[in-house]
Write a protein that binds this ligand. Structure first.
Ligand code: TYM
Length: 331
């Protein structure tokens, strides 16, 4: 049986990369397939950076609002907050015994953090992939809609699931796969000419779902470019490839072709290219932004959704935890 699980960390507003890489696919899974879906807010994961309590609370609420604004529907999906499901940290404790220091230290995300925040290499950061694996296997999920940056975490999830099955000679956990409903996992580039769109890079490299049209346009128009192609059919530098990737995510085939031809014959005007990206991105984001503003005041609805989501997620999680305890001899 197929089961879908995914989540996002509440570390700030969601950007266009989170939407294209993850949430858009959550909605497609929910609407187009008749399989159980679990989508959550990974609040425990965000504790690795020690957020202020008020910020954490606001960010959790904001992600919930953004999930709903993007189209997640509590009637079709189980939508919950990770910390409302105490079975998750319990199973995490058990799985920490099956995860080894060496493999955790080799995680690319861990190595990045060691480099970027040497003053805060806490144990939670090291075992982050174990908690993430547990988020997934606690519902015995098979499919995990995520962006390309989560590929290694999914590989580690499969390792832990397989290790449990082998250690206890059971075929209990399936090996979950990262998925995108397009043909490959997505990495949405940022506007600063290098790397992926992310919350932690400069504020101007990401387009947030809450950015108004003016801000969105301003950020896109400021995106890094080169001086323009000098020779016909010249290879594109990274910053221009990035702009084309963004265009391809939002524009129709004809528009994309038109700009590709203009690049190839050196007649391209980057201002027009950016204008087309901004215009089409706005078309995608506008309805989401409007819905975010409508939902912002509806505390009652948000509480009801969190409550119902936690109840259904706990039902599934406690069944798994009970089986696991039985299997390992905690009877
Ligand atoms: P997070 O919060 O960094 O990102 C949430 C989702 O957005 C995707 N994403 C992107 N996709 C394409 N292009 C980008 N520029 C881009 N930036 C972000 C991410 O791939 C992710 O799917 N560890 C996870 C949260 C998590 C989780 C889980 C996910 C915790 N437990 C269990 C799946 C299943 C994270 O930090 O995502």
């Amino acid at each position: 049986m197929e089961i879908v699980v995914s989540g996002v960390r509440p570390t700030g507003n969601q950007h266009f990369g989170n939407y294209m890489g993850a949430i858009r696919n959550f909605v497609k899974f929910q609407d187009e397939f008749d399989i159980p879906c679990y989508f959550f807010v990974a609040d425990y994961h965000s504790l690795t950076t020690h957020p202020k309590p008020e910020d954490l609370q606001n960010n959790v609420r904001q992600i919930l609002i953004e999930y709903l604004a993007c189209g997640l529907d509590p009637k079709k999906s189980n939508i919950y907050i990770q910390s409302h499901v105490p079975e998750i940290p319990e199973l995490y404790l058990i799985f920490n015994m099956l995860a080894y220091k060496g493999e955790l230290e080799r995680s690319v995300t861990f190595k990045d953090k060691v480099r970027s925040q040497p003053e805060n290499i806490n144990a939670g950061l090291l075992t982050y992939p174990v908690l993430m694996a547990v988020d997934i296997i606690v519902h015995k999920a098979t499919q995990v809609p995520v962006g390309k940056d989560q590929e290694q975490h999914l590989e580690m999830t499969r390792t832990f699931a397989r290790r449990f099955n082998n250690a206890y000679k059971v075929e209990y956990f399936p090996e979950p796969q990262p998925v995108s409903l397009g043909d490959k996992l997505v990495k949405v580039p940022g506007l600063d000419g290098k790397g992926k769109m992310s919350k932690s890079e400069s504020e101007n490299s990401a387009i947030f779902l809450v950015d108004d049209e003016k801000k969105l346009r301003k950020k896109v128009m400021r995106a890094v470019t080169d001086a323009g192609p000098k020779e016909k059919n010249q290879a594109m530098p990274e910053e221009i490839q990035n702009l084309f990737q963004l265009l391809e995510l939002v524009a129709d085939g004809e528009t994309i072709q038109q700009f590709k031809s203009a690049y190839a014959d050196c007649t391209i005007r980057y201002g027009d290219l950016k204008g087309a990206i901004a215009e089409n991105m706005e078309k995608t984001i506008k309805p989401i932004r409007e819905r975010i503003h409508e939902l912002e005041a509806d505390d009652k609805l948000l509480k009801e959704i969190m409550h119902e989501g936690a109840t259904s997620a706990r039902k599934s999680a406690s069944a798994t935890l009970k089986d696991v305890k039985e299997i390992i001899g905690l009877r």
